[in-house]
Write a protein that binds this ligand. Structure first.
Ligand code: C2E
Ligand code: MG
Ligand code: MG
Ligand code: MG
Length: 287
């Protein structure tokens, strides 16, 4: 079966010194056909307001079910695509799919991950504007998620790009916030709408004073600057309660909902709220 062949291929590739390179090439080859082969899909993870559990947005997350290698995590294939030009085709595909969903959802926005290379592409903003215009979508319904890595290398240019992104009316979120370089510099320098607190801090909250203090500080800072603050990777009710006390405005994580298929996302978008009882069931389910 697919899983077995995926494992088998990893073992074969690892037998020689250049195993890693050959594995990368194989993944690259598979990825370059994945769009045409219909092996890619998006799943959607709700972003929920803390006070009412209203679903305000969905984050689009890529899935690749390869005929040859089985299901491969984006954590594995995105970095490989990022090192080649493939990331641009994949990114265009993701954006097209995500924009299509917006037509079906009553008011939510979609949050799309852009890798550093996409963000630094010449005419990045013009390209996104054209796609959104063509789809007839209000720019405020697209949130562009970038990590601090995307803006670290060339802060001047990044500031300029982000300024234009904002000017066009798109939302900007800083993903995995707190794990990158010079986090505080970044939020002073750049026009942002949203900070996503990295899961590692949320995980640590109940265990270490340090994580709890960092989460609290990020929330204070975000609020003082008028930013939306999303806690990522919320897995327990205890975290939900701690984040309520800390004043966190938005939640995302398996405890609220796992990433779900397009049809279910549309149902949830129409229902608008995650019910507290459903929330527990969703969190407990292992999909
Ligand atoms: P990310 O953007 O930080 O997305 C959050 C990741 O955490 C997702 O993994 C999501 O499924 C997972 N997650 C959410 N809640 C929980 C939780 O409560 N517990 C745990 N353990 N995990 C949770 P996923 O889908 O495997 O994506 C991994 C990374 O791949 C993403 O991290 C993002 O950096 C990248 N990625 C995914 N889709 C795309 C895409 O379309 N374009 C680009 N450029 N990158 C993408
Ligand atoms: Mg993200
Ligand atoms: Mg993240
Ligand atoms: Mg991440």
């Amino acid at each position: 079966d697919a899983k077995k062949s995926a494992r088998g291929s990893v073992r074969v590739f690892d037998e020689s010194m250049d195993g890693a390179i050959r594995f990368r090439r194989a993944i690259e080859g598979g990825l370059s056909n994945a769009i045409e082969a219909g092996e890619l899909r998006l799943v959607y993870q709700p972003i929920v307001s803390h006070d009412t559990l209203e679903v305000v947005a969905f984050e689009a997350l890529m899935r690749w079910d390869s005929a040859e290698y089985g299901s491969i995590s984006p954590a594995m294939f995105i970095p490989i695509a990022e090192e080649s030009n493939l990331i641009h085709d994949l990114g265009d595909w993701v954006l097209g799919e995500a924009l299509t969903m917006l037509e079906r959802w009553p008011g939510q926005y979609v949050s799309v991950n852009f890798s550093p290379r996409q963000f630094r592409r010449p005419n990045f903003v013009g390209h996104v504007v054209e796609r959104v215009d063509r789809a007839g979508i209000a720019p405020s319904r697209l949130q562009i998620e970038i990590t601090e890595t995307a803006i670290f290398d060339d802060a001047e240019r990044a500031a300029d790009t982000l300024y234009r992104v904002r000017q066009m009316g798109f939302r900007i979120a800083l993903d995995d916030f707190g794990t990158g370089y010079s986090s505080l510099y970044n939020i002073r320098k750049f026009a942002l709408d949203c900070l996503k607190i990295d899961k590692s801090f949320i995980d640590g909250m109940g265990r270490e004073r340090e994580s709890a203090a960092i989460v609290q500080s990020i929330i204070h800072l975000g609020r003082a600057l008028g930013l939306e603050v999303v806690a990522e990777g919320v897995e327990t009710e205890a975290q939900v309660q701690a984040l309520r006390i800390a004043g966190c405005s938005h939640l995302q994580g398996f405890h609220l909902s796992r990433p779900i298929e397009a049809a279910r996302a549309t149902e949830l978008a129409e229902a608008r709220f995650i019910e507290a009882s459903a929330m527990i069931a969703e969190g407990a389910r292992g999909s």
